[in-house]
Design a protein around this ligand. Structure first.
Ligand code: SAH
Ligand code: SF4
Ligand code: F3S
Length: 445
């Protein structure tokens, strides 16, 4: 019987995709997947450290394995991802959880097979962390579990050093994959039947900035969208300091490209944006939204917002609320500022007390929910094309997303996963839409 692996993933889409690559490595070693810890022979934690609670989650779940490891000493516990890349973190992990067998980082997960082999031979703890990123490794075939969606990296790392953010410290300098590699990967995914491709990078707009990738982002997007086949194309994340009209023109040119931009604003106050080192103003951000909608009137924008950044006054916060109302986002991810050791903001004056942070996040969430609800309600009575992703067992309904990422639920007698389906929306509930399959429309395979 084959040995089994279980991977626990935290953090962003990039980490989710890296877990698919880790799964690929384990599959090629002969391991098969299991959804539980109990019958696994190796458990891999792919961690995130973007906010303190992401770390606490991982700590909690790693700690919970102590008993299992005692009962089953041959079980291999491996911890990797962004958290182990943090300065001094492996020491802390070693002390807290002496039963961890392998520690690796986000910058060398490709070495996991070697590390497992070493662990089996040497019988002692294996710790291998790279401090700086090496050349991009192209030959790690992911084991994808997200059909009909597929993620494709276009850049790794980040050079922006937003003052609150730990990503540049744990993910290293920005590297762009060569255009040919990206095009080849998308072509093979489309041939294999994937229906939605998402290009991934911390700041996709700076793709090719070092001049060796073979294209800039607008050119890359244009070429990917020319690949033949019935699929739709997304990209994230866009950075307002680099987002531009060339990209919008390419979006407009191709039906395949979803008319949605994830453009994190972080704050509506210029004082805070400057302290965050975001390198754009509220005015520039609003101009970009205007430019986007001038070219593509139905375009939607989603965003990320942080409240309670050091020095944020009630006035600053209200400017964020005001911007949210002005832009009319399709949805927004809202976060309480979390102090990250080693970042510039961690030592700034004016750290905001927790009760004020909590008050602001509650008010913002309320506002965002009201606005997205109102937006969803406008869909009732309209037809929406969704790509069916899954069957929701609890609801007993199929579920998919429209090009703007809105979820649509529907009944179907036949398996609809991987199909583009037209829905007549009959009900909206928060950000979810419910609808009936439009009769007499040809189902697109
Ligand atoms: N590269 C992307 C996303 C980075 S992480 C970008 O530039 O937008 C995703 C989101 O996490 C960020 O947009 C930000 O809103 C949030 N975030 C990052 N660091 C944070 C911190 N220290 N505290 C709270 N939220 C944070
Ligand atoms: Fe972090 Fe800023 Fe880079 Fe995004 S652009 S990953 S927020 S430093
Ligand atoms: Fe992503 Fe978290 Fe790392 S957001 S890049 S997994 S710190």
């Amino acid at each position: 019987m084959s040995q089994k692996y279980h991977i626990v993933t935290y953090g962003c889409q990039m980490n989710v995709h890296e877990s698919e690559k880790i799964a690929g490595i384990l599959q090629r070693m002969g391991y098969t997947e299991t959804a539980q810890n109990d019958d696994a022979d190796i458990i891999v934690f792919n961690t995130c450290c973007i906010r303190e609670n992401a770390e606490n989650h991982a700590f909690g779940n790693i700690g919970a394995l102590k008993k299992l490891k005692k009962q089953k000493p041959e079980l291999i516990i491996a911890v990797g991802g962004c958290m182990t890349q943090e300065k001094g973190k492996t020491e802390i992990l070693k002390k807290k959880f002496p039963f961890i067998d392998i520690m690796f980082g986000a910058l060398n997960f490709e070495e996991l097979e070697t590390l497992i082999t070493r662990k089996k031979q040497e019988k002692k703890k294996v710790i291998s962390i790279r401090e700086t990123a090496g050349e991009i490794v192209e030959n790690v075939e992911p084991y994808r579990t997200s059909y009909p969606n597929a993620w494709v990296n276009i850049t790794y790392g980040c050079n922006n050093f937003c003052s609150y953010c730990i990503v540049p410290y744990v993910r290293g300098r920005e590297r762009s994959r060569k255009k040919e590699h990206i095009l080849a990967e998308v072509r093979s995914l489309v041939q294999a039947g994937y229906k939605e491709i998402t290009l991934l990078g911390q700041n996709v707009n700076s793709y090719g900035a070092n001049g060796t990738a073979g294209a800039n982002f607008a050119q890359l997007l244009d070429e990917v969208a020319q690949i033949e086949g019935d699929f739709r194309l997304r990209f994230m994340t866009s950075h307002p300091k680099d987002f531009n009209e060339d990209v919008v023109k390419v979006m407009k040119k191709h039906d395949k490209i979803c008319k949605l931009v994830h453009l994190p604003v972080q704050s509506g106050s210029n004082t805070i944006l400057s302290a965050m080192n975001r390198r754009y103003t509220r005015e520039k951000y609003l101009q970009e939204i205007q430019m986007l909608r001038a070219h593509i009137p139905n375009a939607e924008v989603t965003t990320d917002i942080i409240v309670g950044f050091p020095g944020e006054t009630e006035e600053d916060y209200l400017l964020t609320e005001d911007l949210v109302k002005q832009v009319d986002f399709a949805s927004a991810f809202t976060f309480v500022y979390s102090k990250r050791q080693g970042t510039k903001a961690a030592t700034m004056d004016g750290q905001i007390p927790e009760d004020i942070q909590k008050d602001r996040i509650m008010r913002l969430v309320e506002l965002v929910n009201t606005l997205t609800r109102q937006k969803s309600e406008k869909y009732v009575g309209k037809n929406v094309r969704i790509l069916c992703e899954d069957y929701d067992k609890k609801k007993g309904l199929y579920m998919g997303r429209d090009e703007f990422g809105r979820m649509g639920y529907f009944e179907s007698e036949t398996d609809a996963v991987g199909k583009f389906v037209d829905l007549h929306i009959t009900k909206a509930n928060g950000i979810s839409l419910y609808g009936e399959r439009v009769k007499n429309t040809e189902e697109k395979e």
